[in-house]
Write a protein that binds this ligand. Structure first.
Ligand code: IMP
Length: 460
């Protein structure tokens, strides 16, 4: 016992030892989701051994292009495309088992994801049940004009049950008797709610039980204590990449409430959603498009409802990866980014889709908001106030040149370099990555966070 205790102490101090290079990196969206995190994560995965999803569910959609293949992942971390990388679905994720298994099948069909131990699914992750999806859609319908514009995947209702302590977890699903008991109890309440309050049909216990027991049987081999797994990996000197879904301004606490998702999308959510201590995180990288998009309802100060917005949508292929909905498009919004830098403690920015702006003679950046005759550089807490904010723009000359083949920052047209430098000045944050196309190789990696000693000294 005493021996074990001492051995543990020694391993703990080893981790704190400067000589052991620890690189555990969170990648987070700085806007309202769809920033191109999938591509950045896919790129960085090469240097990590474990990739972890820690919040959200199949409301997310990451499009990754490898060679001639386009793969859209909703639940499985992008690491799936590299053999030998562990893909972890953390306790903070809400899991629709049907979607997860369909994704496993699809990946295997494409030749990826052959070894069973490549996927680890937290036993503490909550399940999305069929009644969650029905409640999500019915409630949005009832809200009419005031709807949030959810993805209809049952995300909100599943998180509600988690917080209400009425959720069913992955660990329950693989214990048949327990699962049946819990399902029976929940279904009595959910059917009553669906039928009486939402005027919807309820569900049959046997049907759900049969369907979900089948999922449990197939998922059993992936179920693990992922906090322990991640800890072991760190002790063995492996690098962890924590993959955020959605974006900072969709965070349940810090986003444009109520037009938000139901989880903590900010970096802090990575610790709770993966069971990893904050002292183990070495960098947090924020991903932002070179402009802004949003899907669903809610305020969007720099939104362009004119032909310019249309051109961005067309050129940037701005249609939802999950729902196919056209995304609302607008210019880059610095107050949004400044909030994201503060809320996530960002150490760098990955600026994506620079190539989309190549066709414009002039590009605008919103440097601040005007609200009731005052200038603000932060996002107000109340959406009613944000709706009143007018963007204050500065104009930057466009570079009018295709960027896709450029691999070094110094080779970018000077006006494109000036755009990136202006973003750095306005945010006081380093742009570490510039993405100039959708393919993995169409990227300028100015600093690799997985390189030992890559991080410059930080200012307070
Ligand atoms: P929910 O997450 O389905 O409940 O949707 C809540 C809000 O978050 C809606 O405005 C959705 O459009 C938005 N949302 C959810 N997931 C994503 C995403 O991955 N990208 C962009 N927006 C998202």
């Amino acid at each position: 016992m005493a021996k074990n205790f001492l051995a543990n102490l020694r391993t703990n101090s080893l981790i704190r030892d400067e000589r052991i290079f620890m690189a555990n990196i969170i990648v987070i969206g700085m806007q309202w989701g769809d920033e191109g995190k999938g591509k950045i994560i896919d790129l960085l995965t090469e240097f990590a051994q474990v990739v972890v999803r820690f919040q959200g569910g199949n409301n997310a959609g990451h499009t990754v292009v490898v060679g001639q293949q386009k793969v859209i992942l909703h639940l499985i971390p992008s690491g799936a495309l590299y053999p030998q990388k562990s893909c972890v679905i953390g306790n903070g994720v809400v899991v629709d088992p049907q979607v997860l298994l369909a994704e496993v099948d699809e990946l295997q069909k494409l030749g990826y994801f052959r070894a069973d131990d490549q996927l680890l699914l937290s036993e503490d992750a909550h399940l999305i049940m069929p009644y969650h999806r029905r409640i999500d859609v019915a409630r949005e319908r009832m809200k009419g004009e005031g709807k949030i514009g959810t993805t209809g995947r049952g995300i909100g209702p599943a998180y509600e049950d988690k917080v209400a302590r009425e959720g069913i977890r992955v660990g329950d699903l693989v214990r048949e008797k327990l699962f049946r008991k819990k399902l029976e109890a929940r279904l009595a309440v959910k059917n009553h709610y669906l039928e009486t309050c939402l005027h919807e049909k309820g569900f049959d216990l046997e049907e759900i039980f049969q369907e979900y027991s089948g999922y449990g049987e197939r998922l059993k081999k992936y179920v693990s204590d992922i906090s322990v797994f991640i800890d072991e990996q760190i002790r063995e000197g492996r690098h962890i990449l924590l993959e955020g879904a959605q974006g900072t301004h969709l965070d349940i606490d810090h986003g444009t409430y109520p037009f938000v998702t139901s989880s903590n999308t900010v970096a802090g959510g990575a610790c709770t959603g993966a069971g990893i201590g904050p002292t183990k995180i070495t960098e947090v990288i924020g991903v932002s498009k070179a402009y802004t998009t949003r899907v669903g309802g809610g305020p969007f100060p720099t939104e362009l409802t004119d032909e310019v917005g249309e051109r961005i949508r067309e050129r940037g292929k701005e249609f939802g990866a999950t729902t196919g909905r056209p995304r609302r498009c607008g210019w880059l919004d610095i107050p949004l980014l400044l909030d994201a830098i503060r809320l996530n403690g960002l150490t760098g920015i990955a600026l994506t889709k620079m190539d989309v702006l190549s066709e414009f003679d002039a590009i605008k950046i919103c440097t601040a908001y005007q609200f009731r005759n005052k200038r603000y550089t932060r996002v107000p807490s109340a959406v009613e106030d944000l709706e009143e904010c007018e963007p204050l723009y500065e104009e930057i000359p466009g570079w009018k040149q295709e960027l896709r083949d450029i691999r070094h920052f110094r080779d970018l047209p000077p006006k494109a370099q000036a755009y990136v430098r202006r973003v750095e000045e306005l945010t006081a944050t380093e742009v570490m990555v510039v993405s100039v196309g959708e393919r993995r190789e169409e990227t300028i990696l100015r600093r690799n966070p997985f390189d030992r000693g890559s991080r410059p000294p930080q200012k307070a």
